[in-house]
Ligand binder design. Structure first.
Ligand SMILES: [Zn+2]
Length: 234
């Protein structure tokens, strides 16, 4: 049986509230990462998440690739989203107890990575506790020592688009391979990535339910997120 933490990127969108209702209804507490400008345009789903006791993390202000932009732009992307989140927590009447960050495209800042570590540390950020994650790809990418929260199982459901050859059958067979074999899954912990995307819902209605149900079929135990410091990792 695999233990897992469900992380959901790119909120808020129209399907964010239905996702929250579905997950909380079956006892799963996801960790969200929000795009700052979306929060400004559509605050209600974020307030809804916060008032339900969920944590909403920073996914930059405009979903920027921090390995490709300048350091100045990257720092501004982090800080601007941080400020937007401060305001929305206040508006929701919820204390912002934990700050977490995820790089868009999991692109960890390239040569500016250390400068982003300093910035996130100054702002009081932590990362999702990944001490139980042993997936070779995650270890190989050095993500145990990263400042941002990455993932060890990317569902790739964001590829369900017109013109792409990704199908729900492929996504489910990837889940079968990773979660289905008792021997291989013993003692494993996964940080799972899906997205709150209205476009995906149009193409594949309730895709998040189909994915989570397949994981539950293998008795995956969804854990509540907990957090660790990242600046003393080496
Ligand atoms: Zn994203």
């Amino acid at each position: 049986m695999i233990k897992a933490i469900l992380t959901i990127d790119d909120m808020p969108q129209e399907n964010t509230i239905p996702i929250i209702d579905y997950l909380l209804g079956i006892g799963i507490k996801p960790l969200f990462f929000a795009i700052g400008e979306f929060v400004e345009q559509k605050p209600e789903p974020v307030i809804y998440a916060l008032q339900k006791g969920l944590i909403v993390g920073n996914h930059t202000y405009s979903h920027a690739n921090l390995a490709e932009c300048t350091l100045e732009e990257g720092l501004s992307e982090i800080r601007k989203c941080d400020e937007v989140l401060d305001r929305i927590y206040e508006k929701a009447g919820v204390e912002r107890k934990v700050k977490v960050f995820r790089y868009p495209y999991l692109a960890c800042g390239g040569e500016n990575n250390k400068a982003y570590t300093d910035c996130l540390r100054e702002l009081g950020y932590k990362k999702l506790d990944d001490t139980g994650v042993i997936a070779p790809g995650y270890i190989g990418n050095g993500w145990k020592f990263e400042n941002g929260t990455n993932c060890s199982f990317d569902c790739q459901e964001y590829l369900l688009r017109e013109g792409s050859d990704m199908t729900m059958e492929k996504i489910l067979s990837n889940i079968d391979a990773a979660f289905g074999k008792e021997e291989q899954s013993k003692g494993q912990e996964h940080i799972i990535l899906i997205h709150s995307h209205d476009l995906t819902d149009e193409r594949e209605p309730l895709y998040y339910k189909t994915i989570v149900e397949r994981m539950l079929k293998y008795k995956t135990e969804f854990k509540e997120p907990s957090f660790i410091d990242f600046w003393n990792l080496s």
